[in-house]
Design a protein around this ligand. Structure first.
Ligand SMILES: Cc1cc2nc3c(=O)[nH]c(=O)nc-3n(C[C@H](O)[C@H](O)[C@H](O)COP(=O)(O)O)c2cc1C
Ligand code: SF4
Length: 508
């Protein structure tokens, strides 16, 4: 007999029993407060056509959906170990929270990592650690090649691109306020510059995606006039053309009419309450020389600010083409941001997140080597992003070839993200990745502003301490030979063996 039939028989018998007892003892009818809704739910389940499990298992079938809904929390609180959770494991989540709150961030009793497992990485320390007075405690990098009139002195750790729209107003205010306090930069993401990016007064990197939000004509193409208006704002220190991001390279986006409020439409320069498409590619250029001409136009129209582009490496030959075009035209970007395939997003199809886009270490070493091979590195700074959460993560990324790093998800955690993984549902419980005013209210801007600044300060401090232990004085002195990776139980390779350097000019 099927569960459905059993339910029908039991429910009928139960109702008959209550009816019989009620003839002698009326208060038994109170039990219907519990029984009637359950019976009703059961019959709705039986007659609905959408969910087989509920149809076959009336009432009890709901438990599956309830358990499924709290699965991430069960995994996070009860199942995952400190080093296992994804995308960010508990060890790093705790580290980010501790540094953001400036509380004790030491660990007791030794490492929890299996140092004999393939993939374990470490930095070579020195017997001659750098002394305090020889250290550069506030490492900064100047971005801006010879054609740039307004070079920017950037911190080596900045806030990666995340738009107002994917983040709440309060999260954007807290991040920008933190950037102002800590003297680092905040990338706007492709959703343009909102009033909340400007209000606290932190330095901005204005990102321009394929939707050209904030510099867009009515037909969706690029507008030089509108670009100039925003690019010359005092807060905008650098401009980044987004070619792709690691979590969804080559995937466009759609701002649905329901989310395209008057406020968002005004910020992005689109018609409110309409669907707005960001195509997968740019309409302002379609090849390497076109991209470089676009870089030149943006530099001129911004009054000479540093211009760069962000990409997750895909077809290597396309990046090589850009380098060749730089050599032949003499036009160079001031910086290139390399995002790893492991990067985050507000929402992306799983195939794009899982199976497209070169991981950071491979992409970064390739971009660095190619720039060196074409003798272009001297004029171009490299920014890297992809799971940079700690001082060691900064060290190994700079050792591979980056000049500085961006972080998105660690900054989200600094403003309160608990990795509930609801960013794509507008139901973020801590008001970080939502536009729901009731949820956003809980995010205290003043408190989280300080946390963003703290996370930045403490992480840079840990990085500086780490390279001091390696006998290195300046972040730019980090090299691949300083990092080791265990590749099997019995063998270890240095980064310069895994990712060998190219000789300067060797590709010319
Ligand atoms: C909520 C969210 C929104 C994002 N929005 C953008 C964006 O507008 N433009 C972009 O280039 N990257 C965007 N990214 C990607 C990040 O800028 C970054 O490249 C990526 O998350 C890797 O850094 P992480 O590992 O520190 O998070 C977004 C990421 C997140 C988590
Ligand atoms: S807490 Fe908010 S921002 Fe963090 S993962 Fe969950 S939904 Fe996304």
């Amino acid at each position: 007999m099927r569960v459905r039939d059993i339910f029908i028989i039991i429910s009928i018998m139960l109702l008959i029993t209550v009816a019989i007892i009620a003839q002698y003892y009326l208060p038994v009818l109170w039990s219907l407060i519990v029984i009637a809704p359950i019976v009703l739910i059961g019959y709705v389940d039986i007659f609905q056509k959408k969910h087989t499990i509920k149809k076959n298992f009336p009432v009890v079938g709901h438990f599956r959906y309830m358990l499924e809904a709290i699965r991430p929390e069960i995994m996070q609180y009860f199942v995952e170990t400190d080093t296992q959770g994804r995308p960010i494991n508990r060890q790093f989540r705790s580290l980010i929270y501790q540094r953001a709150k400036k509380v004790n961030d030491t660990v007791p009793f030794g490492t929890q990592m299996d140092v004999y497992q393939a993939g374990y990485e470490w930095l070579d320390h020195s017997m001659y650690a750098t002394l305090d007075d020889e250290l550069d405690k506030n490492p900064r990098v100047t971005v801006g090649g010879q054609d740039c009139k307004k070079p920017y002195s950037a911190s080596i750790l900045n806030i990666s691109a995340m738009s107002y729209g994917s983040l709440s107003k309060n999260a954007v205010l807290a991040m920008n306020g933190g950037a102002k306090k800590g003297k680092f930069a905040h990338n706007t993401g492709e959703g343009s510059i909102s009033p909340f990016h400007l209000e606290p007064g932190g330095d901005l990197i204005w990102q321009i995606g394929t939707g050209y939000f904030g510099c867009r004509k009515e037909d969706g193409s690029f507008s030089e006039g509108l670009f100039e208006k925003n690019a010359t704002l005092e807060s905008v220190k650098m401009i980044e053309i987004k070619l792709s991001q690691g979590a969804k390279p080559g995937h466009g986006g759609i701002l649905p009419a329901s989310k395209n409020t008057e406020e968002i439409a005004k910020i992005r320069g689109v018609k409110p309450h309409t669907d707005v498409h960001s195509p997968p590619g740019h309409s302002a250029f379609s090849n390497a020389s076109g991209l470089l001409r676009f870089v030149k136009t943006l530099r001129e129209k911004s009054g000479g600010k540093p211009i760069g582009f962000k990409l997750c490496v895909g077809k290597k030959e396309e990046f090589i083409d850009i380098c060749k075009a730089m050599v032949s035209s003499g036009i160079k970007p001031d910086f290139i941001t390399v995002d790893g395939g492991e990067g985050g997003t507000g929402a992306a199809p799983i195939e794009f997140s899982n199976s497209i886009g070169m991981p950071l270490k491979d992409g970064l070493s390739f971009v660095y080597n190619t720039l060196v091979g074409y003798d272009l590195k001297k004029d171009i700074k490299i920014i890297a992003s992809g799971k940079v959460f700690s001082g060691f993560h900064i060290a190994r990324t700079l050792a591979l070839g980056a000049d500085m790093v961006n972080s998105a998800r660690a900054m989200m955690m600094a403003v309160g993200c608990i990795q509930a993984l609801e960013c794509n549902t507008n139901k973020c419980p801590v008001g970080v990745a939502t536009q729901a005013k009731s949820l956003m209210k809980g995010l205290n801007v003043e408190n989280k502003t300080q946390r963003v600044a703290n996370f930045h300060e403490e992480t840079i401090h840990s990085f500086v301490e780490l390279i001091a232990a390696a006998g290195i004085q300046k972040s730019s002195n980090l090299e691949r030979k300083h990092i080791n990776r265990r590749v099997s139980m019995n063998s270890v390779l240095k980064y310069d063996e895994i990712f060998p350097y190219t000789d300067k000019g060797s590709l010319l």
